[in-house]
Design a protein around this ligand. Structure first.
Ligand code: FES
Length: 584
């Protein structure tokens, strides 16, 4: 008898054991109030009595174009919940949409996670289906669900279809950066630039390169939090609606079986997620998110674990920005299940998933229909993963580089003079100055871009190549910052430097002209300045005043942890289960 079957037989709930029974089932004054207000909604005991109530957490908003189809997705989930004998309740939550939010959607990841946790905690919900996909929405929804630990299933919004321009395929993000550089170099007309704007985002769905969204939805699936195959389905494919209905049905079943996130996601699930991140050439953002997600479950995930697993995991997905193809090619090639089946020897296939089957069972017999898109370990694009963790006197607590997405690999062993930008405004003001003292060997440094400094650690880490160098044909340089970068970005960018400059990390002490050495082989990033000189500079260093005197910003900067700790709030990590509300 399998572990999942054993659980099902031993823990199947009765109607009176449902969490929602405490609201609707009891014979007392408060339950009278709850039932009478359910009736105000047009419901009666046939809807709510003794039935699993499933919250459909919907990140739809006009402010997030990636999620514009999620109202329809929610209807499909409702259909599934009703088919299985549950009661669906749609719950609008903030979206953490990537494109419009300033300074960065990352600033709101923890906010959305708290919102999910609190709405789950405070309401008569037995379980949840979480609808998201645009970058930070995935970790945020899962972090909230992990903390509250009610039966939950993640339903990804799916990638958008490919971009098109003059018969050429365009990839989200990656081609924006590429053609922006060509425009700044004088190689692309305004007309062409406008045509690219028209063609690069042609449907609902998240970015269709292997950016943060594609990475995080895939990792949610690997960790067992989605139904098998859910993360690869394009947003506009009708399989998306069918998958959403299946998630609704499964959510009801999981309530009866009491299958909760902490039953599904274990330390082995995180190892699987890290390996698959490396096999996908996934976004560096996944590192910060996985550390934060692990923290919600009480696991410490040191950066060294990423480095270790990166060394032993081949790069298998030929997807932009590290490779050639886009997410709909990946789906047509068999999607994530095919990739996982091809690397199953590297995975903990015994891990449980939300359909009560193991990961191994879910990927058994998944076929690879295009071995150029999805490589096998024998035909891997690279023998190790796409990301390296660095240490050194510039990053005592770590930094990361996505070496798979570097344009000029010679820069991976490079020493050059620093050109320091004190913050993003300073960068914007000076970067394209024709008199800027910069060469292709210069190391561009950006500070005040970390969790506290920006705040929210925006995706500023792919610092633009200065215009005067673009005109000379330079397309890559060494760049160092405490920022993140978009998963769609590329180049020799050292990111997530910790501790960050705003809290006095060594990046705060670098001066223009100092030599900086990036040594990928040794996994080091150093400023070649003596300890004595750094000590003198440290004694003179003063933190900048915070720009937030009140509100969420104040809460954020006072409690956010550093990148290597997941940039979660210190008071949300490593706790036990969230308290259930008292029922009075
Ligand atoms: Fe939403 Fe890229 S902007 S996923």
């Amino acid at each position: 008898m399998g572990r999942a079957t054993e659980r099902r037989m031993s823990t199947r709930k009765t109607p009176e054991e449902l969490r929602s029974w405490r609201w609707f089932g009891r014979d007392e004054l408060r339950s009278f109030g709850h039932r009478s207000r359910a009736k105000q909604s047009g419901l009666d005991e046939n809807d709510y009595q003794g039935k699993p109530v499933i919250g459909i957490f919907n990140t739809w908003t006009d402010l997030n174009s990636c999620h514009m189809h999620l109202r329809l997705t929610a209807e499909a989930v409702k259909r599934g919940v009703l088919q299985a004998g549950g009661l669906p309740m749609e719950v609008p939550v903030m979206s953490a949409g990537e494109m419009y939010t300033k300074p960065t959607a990352m600033f709101h990841r923890n906010f959305l996670a708290m919102e999910v946790e609190e709405l789950l905690r405070a309401n008569p919900l037995d379980g949840a289906v979480l609808l998201g996909g645009c970058d930070k929405s995935t970790p945020a929804l899962l972090m909230g669900a992990f903390s509250m630990n009610l039966p939950s299933i993640y339903m990804p919004c799916g990638p958008m279809i490919r971009g098109l321009w003059h018969g050429e395929t365009l990839g989200s993000g990656s081609d924006v950066w590429k053609y922006w550089d060509e425009k700044r170099a004088g190689n692309l007309s305004d007309e062409s630039w406008c045509q690219i704007e028209d063609g690069i985002a042609r449907s609902p769905g998240h970015c269709m390169t292997m950016g943060t969204a594609s990475t995080m939805t895939a990792l949610a699936e690997v960790m067992g939090m989605t139904l098998p195959g859910a993360s690869s389905i394009p947003a506009v494919d009708s399989a998306h609606s069918r998958m959403a209905a299946a998630a609704g049905r499964q959510a009801v079943e999981n309530v009866w079986n009491d299958l909760k996130p902490r039953d599904v996601v274990t330390a082995h699930s995180f190892d699987n997620a890290i390996k698959v991140d490396m096999a996908l050439g996934g976004s560096t953002n996944a590192i910060v998110h996985l550390v934060a997600m692990a923290g919600r479950l009480g696991f410490k995930l040191p950066l060294e674990r990423f480095d270790e697993l990166s060394q032993s995991t081949p790069l298998l997905a030929n997807l932009r920005p590290s490779g050639k193809y886009l997410m709909d090619d990946f789906y047509a090639a068999g999607g994530l299940r095919a990739l996982l089946n091809g690397m199953r020897e590297l995975l903990h296939t015994e891990c449980l998933t939300v359909n009560s089957r193991t990961l191994g069972e879910n990927i058994a017999n998944a076929e690879n229909f295009n071995t150029d898109v999805i490589r096998t370990p024998a035909t891997a694009i690279a023998s190790n993963g796409g990301t390296t963790v660095l240490h050194g006197n510039l990053a005592p607590n770590g930094a990361v580089i996505k070496h798979a997405a570097v344009l000029d690999t010679a820069l991976l062993q490079h020493t050059g003079p620093a050109l320091v930008f004190d913050d993003y405004n300073d960068l914007k003001k000076r970067l394209d100055d024709p008199n800027l003292d910069v060469t292709k060997d210069t190391v561009l440094v950006l500070r005040s871009a970390g969790p506290v400094g920006a705040p929210g650690m925006p995706e500023w880490g792919m610092l633009p190549v200065p215009k005067k160098l673009l005109k000379l044909g330079v397309r890559d340089m060494v760049r160092v910052s405490d920022a993140r970068m978009s998963g769609t970005s590329y180049g020799t960018c050292v990111l997530h430097v910790a501790p960050e400059s705003a809290v006095g990390g060594p990046l705060a002490l670098v001066k223009t002209g100092d030599s900086i050495c990036l040594d990928l082989k040794a996994r080091r990033i150093d400023v070649l300045v003596s300890d004595e000189e750094l000590a003198i500079r440290r004694a003179e260093w003063k933190p900048k005043p915070t720009r937030y005197a009140r509100g969420y910003g104040k809460l954020y900067v006072e409690h956010v942890t550093q990148a290597n700790e997941g940039a979660d709030f210190d008071f949300l990590q490593f706790g036990g289960d969230t308290d259930e509300p008292e029922i009075h």
